[in-house]
Design a binder for this molecule. Sequence first.
Ligand SMILES: C[S@@+](CC[C@H](N)C(=O)[O-])C[C@H]1O[C@@H](n2cnc3c(N)ncnc32)[C@H](O)[C@@H]1O
Length: 303
Amino acid sequence: MTREYERFRPIDTAPEWSDEVFDTCAELVEILERHSYRFARTMPGAPHSYTLKRTWPGADEFVEALRKMRAVERIEEFFRGYWYRRFNANGFKYWTMGASLDHILINRAIHAPPLDPYAAICNSYDLAIHKRESDVERSKRVYESLKIEPGTEILDIGCGTGCLVDFRFGDIDPERYVGIDPSRGMLGVFADKHPEFRSRLIRTPFEDYWPKPGQKFDLIVALFGVPSHIGEPDLLSGKVQWLLNPGGTAVLMYNGRKPEDMDFYRNLGTNVHGSGGTPVSDEFWTVRQDDDPDWLTVVGSKP
Ligand SMILES: C[S@@+](CC[C@H](N)C(=O)[O-])C[C@H]1O[C@@H](n2cnc3c(N)ncnc32)[C@H](O)[C@@H]1O
C-alpha cells in the first residue's frame, strides 16, 4: 500500500545530505545493481535498459527500491516533453515514468558527463605533468607522503591515469583499492598500464559514487586538483567523512581553481588561474599549505 506523501514529494524538498541519506543511497544501489537489465529494443534512439518488477524474486524488494529512490532523488531531467526524476549512481542513471510507487519497471542508462576535457589529453597526461625532473620530484613527494600499510583500504577519488599506483606500485594491493573517475579516457590509460586494477576502477564522478553498504576506507585521497572539480563542498566533506573508517585519513589537494569556476572550465577546457581554491571548511579539516603555492592540501582524520 502506498501512502500519499510518498507519491508526491516535490523534487526541491530532497533531504539535506547526512549519513542516513548516504546509507539509503548505498542500500538502494546495492539493490539496483543486484538485478538484471534488458536492452529496450523498441527505443534504439534513446538507448537504455530496464528491469521488470515481475522478474524480481520478491515484489516487496522492488517497491522498497522505488521507495528509496523516491526518498533520495534530487535531479529532474526534461526528455521529449516530460520531466523525469533521476537517481545517478556509479556511471548509470535510473528512473521511472513518474514519481509514484506503482511502477512495474525501472529504467537505466549510461550516465556520462556532457564534456570530458581529460579525454583529449589522457594519452599524453603522464608525460605532460612530468616534463621536468622537478615535476617528478613533486609527484614523488606527494605520493610517498601517504601512509599506506599492507591492510590499508584506499579510495582514490579522481584517480585519473593511476599515477598514485605508478609511484606506489609495490605498496598497493588491487583488492584493497578503488579508483573512481568520470573520464573514460583517463581510466582507459590507467587500466592499460595496470590491468590487475581494471576491475577496481569505476567510471563515475565522486558525487554519484556509492560503495556497497558498510564499505569504508582507511585512506581517501583526491590528489592534484581533483577536489577543485567538485562543486559541492558540503557534499564532498560529509561524504568523505561517511566513507572513512575510524582512524582513517583523507587528503584533498586543491589547485588554484574555485568550484564556481567549474562551468567556465568545463565549457572551455582551460585552466582558471588566480583563485585560491575553496577548501571544505568544517571542523574536521586542517589546511596544510606546502612549499609549493600551486597546491593547497586539506587533511582530515576520523577519530
Ligand atoms: C589533474 S587530474 C588528477 C589525476 C590524479 N589524481 C593524479 O594524481 O594524477 C584530475 C582528475 O579528476 C577527475 N575528475 C573531474 N571531475 C571529477 C569528479 N567530479 N569526481 C571525481 N573525479 C573527477 C578528472 O577526470 C581527472 O582525471
